[in-house]
Design a protein around this ligand. Sequence first.
Ligand code: TRP
Length: 363
Amino acid sequence: MSKNIILTGDRPTGKLHLGHFVGSLRERVKLQDSGNYDEMYIMIADAQALTDNADNPEKIRENIIEVALDYLSVGLDPNKVTLFIQSQVPQLTELTFFYMNLVTVSRLERNPTVKSEIKLRDFNTSIPVGFMTYPISQAADITAFKANIVPVGEDQLPMIEQTREIVRTFNNTYKKEVLVEPKAVLPDNEVCLRLPGTDGKAKMSKSLGNCIYLSDSTEEVRKKVMSMYTDPDHIKIDDPGKIDGNTVFTYLDAFCENKYFDKYLPEYKNLDELKAHYQRGGLGDVKIKKFLFNVLEEVLTPIREKRKIYENKIEEVYNILESGSKKAEKVANITIKEVKEAMRINYFEDKELIKSHVKKYKK
Ligand code: TRP
């Protein structure tokens, strides 16, 4: 019987924001609460984060706890999911080394995510080998746990595709169905695939300063929402306004539920009515921003409260990560044994090998 094994993770290069939340975190909590899985692993990908931060391990050290707090505060439950740190599971590195022989340099160079990240980072010709090969290490992360379900953001699809290729190549080359092909799970709401920054730019990014973090205070959220990009041609209240490309409405599409109208804007029944009024003219930006602020506060308040609780028990959070890493190591160890057996590099366990060599050299 095939099992449902979920694995995913994030690089600890910063705090998690609303883009992470709608793009993947919310999906993970839903999966967790559905109970429709056998095992669920969530990994803090510190080794991957080091592939372009080798000179700044301090940044990674500081952000591991931030990401862990973000995970726990959105409702990931350490009794249901295994939270662990990538670098503490050495089998992942070992698998990466063997998989490297199954992937060509040109295939890595064609990976669209790697390509665009190289552009973004101004590496020019000085691309670290570790960075170039991180899709292979990501394949190790996924296959070590035989995960078949990987809830991720849209930008990770090429990674999953490359993992599937490695799985097929491995199983074909070594003539044994050891590894499992994973599939990506994306949020079904289109706007959640790529939540824009508060400035309307395509992506939330720390360097652009256009993110709302899960750990932002009420005041920070208010400020960021009140200065959000809307429709630059909507100058007077009576002007007709545009919805397309209007960040406030994009966020409402991602977060709004009808029940919030009853509570904060009872003169409208739903988002369609609000949009229609905005398009007709006569609805001001301040009003829709205040509404969005209230909606976001509904989402963020319980997250903040949970975060407070865990901020007061940091040692326990580290204990969760440590015991999760130990459990992950146990599981990955089973896979590496199978991998070595399939590759026939399990010399000391292979009694036939030893026997045949005894025979070969017998005088
Ligand atoms: N590449 C992912 C990111 O940047 C992090 C990651 C590492 C990951 N290993 C993974 C995601 C395995 C899913 C599965 O966010």
